[in-house]
Every structure is written in structure tokens, then in C-alpha cells.
Ligand binder design. Structure first.
Ligand SMILES: [Zn+2]
Length: 599
């Protein structure tokens, strides 16, 4: 996953872990079929109609549950809270049932035969992991709607039928099944890892490396032919680079699902053969999009297939913590940068800036072990470790890449580690262990031990040896701390100016009474006409002695002046440059990283 806005994930207060609950086992069920109704009547009510049918051999209770989270989105969302009108029946007559906990139901069949369970699903969540609808459109994720029998494992096949308007289209990476709008999966993990778009949306496709790459985008007008061509051009370069790391494209086809709107939960969520991205309409031409596609695309290998053993297989009923998110997310972030520079979308300056961003984020969060930070997204920690596994993991990936290339005289690289672990663990049906990760890193570096590195810098809290390692690649960094006023808002711009799309609780804008949908006219003496105006504002008031500034907004056609508390926050800016006159070996290592080559 990658998120860009300051919006906090939804975590329900008081939600209790289920780990302490006794395990229950469902009677066996077979011939599992799901039906999703996403026609104009359903989406007009912001709902999906869901039904599940299956065969039972007798009257033993069937125990069904719905997931609490969606892999890649490491927070408990409790999809059951969006379900209503649960109705189990057999031959048209209702069956007895009871709720065992907030996401598990026990149903008692009257006889052997077919049981059908139906419910409504509220589909109005602006969240890449949760269903959302518009009058002509529906998005849903399998984890939202597909009930599973408890205690029966996940290796059972299922079929999905989508009921929709005849003129509406369906996009999913799930394998088609015979009949109209039918799809199938051989196990529950695959069943829940192929999101759906249903309705009126734009669709285009192209071939890259012998596979079909599809672009499904809503609204249909959001991607002009020029934007589509540009996106396919980026995907071609990015995926060619990623495929070169692993030696294969492990999906039948790949879909980029992209929704743009004035209110989004910005960023992306990865799946085994797709990514679901949400982009502000004002940022459809923003420079970060290739990096987003690259990060989410690399996940098709790293985490969707090559995964720490703690997360194999996935469980869906509760949190599944691992100390290895720094590899699953952080190293993916590093390859997000590599995919764009190796593909030729960005240049070395952009790559250096990307590394500088990792160094700066890390400098601002010293004294936190990245393996500890990896454990914690489930509780949205407030100690500064939240999401640290992204930049610190990326920086560690970069440093390991340099050390491997230095130790092997640039004959090996982090690419070799990723590929070897992919072949030796994922392809053998399991996750990787700590011993396997550090063993492969050491082997690739010419037989060097990394136990000390792991102990001090990954599981430990010592500052990373950034300068000494970067020097081996002929690179250096310099960090400066800026103090500047921050507002705590996100905005979207259009021809009429800048509109507030999000307000961080506790921020200066929140304290001033600024609300979503306000249009900002001026901050102090600075007229706000576009995103650049905020740079002017930050520079002008970075050393002000004022405690408040007037902020002029337009709300509901009325011009209002509010008082904004001035809050100066520190921001570390890091500039990465090449070292003039670096050794021939260091230059070879630096070029090898950016080109994806070894000797
Ligand atoms: Zn990610």
C-alpha cells in the first residue's frame, strides 16, 4: 500500500482482538457460489446485494465469517460493520441462525441440500480496501463481501456471478467461468484478491512483455486518450524493469484500477494481478503517478508472492503482525524509485531526490527500530513510528544494495536477493524466514555476515551508517532543518482556486475553524492562487513572531476571515549528490544501481 494524504485510517475505538476467542469449526460446505448484485437499483441505494450458496451434507451448524481486514491494508476495518439484513434460507424458507461475534454467524440447516445466505452491503466508503458506489458504478474488494466457512482452510474453489445492467461493463483479474458475467477462483486467497469495477467506466488495454495490461478508470472521462497512452508508456517501462528483477511476470494479466475524484483516500493498494489507485482529480497529471504505479506494481512480486513467513498463509479474522513490513513496504518503495529510473521515466536527479527523501524521513525519526515500526500499523501508533517502515525500509534496501555490490565487486545486487528468495520460498509455497533473508544478503555480498548489521540497525535503534555506505557508491547527503508554518490541510485546485479537501485534527487549520470545501483566498499577506502559493506562504512566515495570521476563505458564497494560529514545525530537507572524483568502483556501483546491471 502507499498513502499520500494525511487522512487517518478508520480504527474503531474499543475493537477487541479475537485472538483469545475459542476456535469454532464449520460443518463442511461444497459447491460454493456467490452472487453480487450491482445494478442501478442497488447502487442507487449505495448498496451491493450479496448472496452465497453452498451444499451441505446434513444438519450440522455452518459457521461463516467475513474478513476483518484486507491484505496490504494493515489495519482492522471490520467489513461486517457494513452488512445488514442477513437472511439464511433453504428451499425458500428461513433458517435458524445466531451471531457468535461481530463477524461470525452460525446457521443451522434443516436437511442436506443447498443453503443460501444473502445480505446487503453498504458501499459508500472512500477507501481503496472497501466497496464504493456511484449512480452508475460500483467498486468492491472480495474481502468486503465473500463469507468463508470458519476452520475449513482456504483451499476450496468458488464461483462468482455479477448481476448488473446489460449495458454496464465488468473489470476484474479473476478468471472467467462459463456463462455470462461468471468468474471463478480455485481458493479463497485468490477469490478475495481480484477487485471488481462494475458499471460505466473507461477501459483500455495493451500488451507488455506478452501479457495484457488493462486500465480501468472511473469516471470514464478522467483519462483522455493522451493520458491513457502516457500511462501505458509508463507501465511498459516500469514493468519491464520489475520483470527483469524476477525473470518473469507471474500474472495472467494485470489491471490498474484508477478512480479520481475531489475526495479520495489518496494512494494505492496492491493485489496479485492489479492495483487499486485513488487520485485527486487535480493531480491526474501530477509527477508522482509513475512512482505510485511502480510501487504498487512491484508488490505483485514483493508481498503478494514473496512474503515473510509470518504472513503465509493470510488469516482474515484478525491482525497478522510481522516485523518484516520494512521489506514488504520499504524495499518496495526503494524499487518504486528504481522502476522509474531504470525504465527511463525519471533521471538521476529525481532518483537522488528520492533517496534524499528517505534519508530525511529517517533523520526525523531516530531511535525507533524498523522491525518494531513494522509491527505497529494495526494500532496507528502516535510515537512517530507510524509508517516509518516505508522510508527506513527503503533506505535500508538502498544501503544493502550498495553493500552487496561493494562486497561482490558489483557482480551481485539486491535484485539477486529478491529473485533468489522468490524462487526458493514463494515458488516452494512458503514465506521467507529471517535466516533466509540475511543468508541471501550475505551470500550475494560475497559471503559477508550481516548479523551485526541486523542487530544494530534493523532490530536495534542505532542510526543507520548512511554516509559511510553511500560513499561506496560515490554518493553523499547533506541535511538541513527548516522551520516553517504548517496548516494541516489537503487541497485540490481548479479554475476557481484552491478548495480544502481534508483537515487534520489538531492542526493549525483545524484550530482556525477551516472546514472541508472552504475555498482559501489568502493566508496573511499571501494570495492563494495555486499550490505554489503555499511555498510562498511557508517562506514568508518561517521566522514570524506573530502568533496568529488572518486567513480569508469563501464558504457557501460568503467571504469570511478566520484567525490562523501560527505553528512552526521543523522539516528536514536532504540533498543527495554524487561525490566528485569518486573511485571507479564506486561509480560502477552507482551506475549499476540506476541501470539495474551487474558485471
Ligand atoms: Zn505498498
Amino acid at each position: 500500500m502507499l498513502r499520500y494524504l494525511l487522512t487517518a485510517p478508520v480504527v474503531l475505538a474499543g475493537a477487541q482482538s479475537l485472538l483469545a476467542q475459542p476456535s469454532r469449526v464449520s460443518a463442511p460446505i461444497t459447491d460454493v457460489r456467490y452472487e453480487i448484485t450491482a445494478d442501478s437499483a442497488a447502487v442507487g441505494k449505495r448498496q451491493l446485494g450479496v448472496s452465497m450458496s453452498f451444499h451441505v451434507n446434513g444438519t450440522a451448524p455452518v459457521v461463516l465469517a467475513i474478513p476483518a481486514w484486507s491484505p496490504g491494508h494493515y489495519v482492522l476495518i471490520w467489513f461486517a460493520r457494513r452488512m445488514s439484513q442477513l437472511t439464511p434460507e433453504q428451499n425458500g424458507a428461513p433458517l435458524a441462525w445466531k451471531k457468535l461475534d461481530f463477524q461470525t454467524w452460525e446457521i443451522t440447516p434443516r436437511s442436506a441440500g443447498t443453503v443460501k445466505v444473502s445480505f446487503k452491503y453498504l458501499a459508500d466508503a472512500v477507501d481503496r480496501a472497501v466497496a464504493w458506489t456511484a449512480p452508475n458504478f460500483a467498486f468492491f474488494n472480495g474481502t468486503n463481501v465473500f463469507l468463508y466457512p470458519v476452520g475449513r482452510g482456504f483451499n476450496w474453489p468458488a464461483q462468482v456471478t455479477v448481476r448488473t445492467e446489460p449495458s454496464w461493463r465488468i473489470a476484474t483479474g479473476m478468471d472467467p467461468a462459463p456463462g455470462t458475467n461468471n468468474f471463478q477462483a480455485s481458493n479463497y486467497h485468490d477469490l478475495t484478491d481480484h477487485p471488481f469495477y462494475v458499471g460505466r467506466f473507461g477501459f483500455d488495454s495493451t500488451q507488455i512483455a506478452g501479457k495484457w495490461f488493462r486500465l480501468a478508470f472511473y469516471p470514464a472521462a478522467s483519462l483522455t486518450p493522451a493520458r491513457r497512452d502516457r500511462t501505458f508508456g509508463w507501465l511498459r517501462k516500469i514493468f519491464t524493469s520489475h520483470i527483469a528483477v524476477f525473470g518473469e511476470a507471474p500474472f495472467r494479466n494485470y489491471t490498474v484500477f484508477q478512480r479520481s475524484d475531489t475526495v479520495v483516500n489518496g494512494g494505492g493498494l496492491e493485489h496479485q494481478a492489479s492495483q487499486v489507485d485513488e487520485v485527486l482529480t487535480s493531480q491526474l497529471d501530477a509527477g508522482y503517478l509513475p512512482g505510485l504505479y511502480s510501487h504498487e506494481g512491484f508488490h505483485a512480486w514483493n508481498v503478494k508472492r514473496l512474503r515473510p513467513a509470518d504472513m503465509v498463509p493470510y488469516r482474515y479474522d484478525d491482525a497478522q503482525p510481522t516485523t518484516w513490513l520494512w521489506v514488504s513496504e520499504g524495499v518496495t518503495d526503494y524499487y518504486g524509485e528504481l522502476g522509474t529510473i531504470r525504465g527511463g521515466i525519471t533521471d538521476s536527479l529525481a532518483f537522488f531526490n528520492g533517496i534524499g527523501g528517505f534519508v530525511a524521513a529517517n533523520a526525523g525519526a531516530q531511535g525507533i527500530a524498523v522491525s518494531d515500526a513494522s509491527l505497529s500499523p494495526w494500532i496507528s501508533p502516535t510515537d512517530g513510528s507510524g509508517g516509518l517502515y516505508y522510508p527506513k525500509g527503503a533506505l535500508i534496501g538502498f544501503l544493502l544494495d550498495i553493500m552487496i555490490r561493494d562486497g561482490s565487486d558489483n557482480r551481485s545486487s539486491l535484485d539477486h536477493v529478491m529473485r533468489t528468495l522468490y524462487n526458493n520460498t514463494y515458488k516452494r509455497g512458503r514465506g521467507f524466514s529471517s535466516a533466509e533473508w540475511w543468508g541471501e544478503v550475505g551470500r550475494a555480498a560475497g559471503g559477508k555476515s550481516f548479523m551485526e548489521f541486523a542487530r544494530r540497525y534493523v532490530d536495534g535503534r542505532e542510526p543507520l551508517p548512511v554516509d559511510s555506505v553511500m560513499r561506496l557508491a560515490g554518493m553523499q547527503s547533506r541535511s538541513d532543518t527548516l522551520r516553517e508554518p504548517r496548516l494541516g490541510i489537503s487541497t485540490a485546485s481548479d479554475s476557481s482556486g484552491l478548495t480544502v479537501t481534508g483537515v487534520s485534527p489538531g492542526g493549525a487549520a483545524s484550530a482556525a475553524g477551516i472546514r472541508v470545501a472552504d475555498r482559501i483566498v489568502s493566508l496573511g499577506d499571501v494570495a492563494i492562487t495555486g499550490d505554489d502559493s503555499f511555498d510562498t506562504f511557508r517562506q514568508k512566515y518561517n521566522a514570524t513572531a506573530l502568533t496568529t495570521l488572518p486567513v480569508v476563505i469563501v464558504r457557501g458564497g460568503q467571504t469570511i476571515t478566520l484567525q490562523l494560529p501560527v505553528r512552526l514545525l521543523s522539516r528536514v530537507v536532504t540533498v543527495v549528490t554524487s561525490i566528485p572524483g569518486a573511485s571507479e568502483k564506486a561509480v560502477r556501483i552507482r551506475n549499476g544501481i540506476m541501470k539495474g546491471t551487474t558485471q
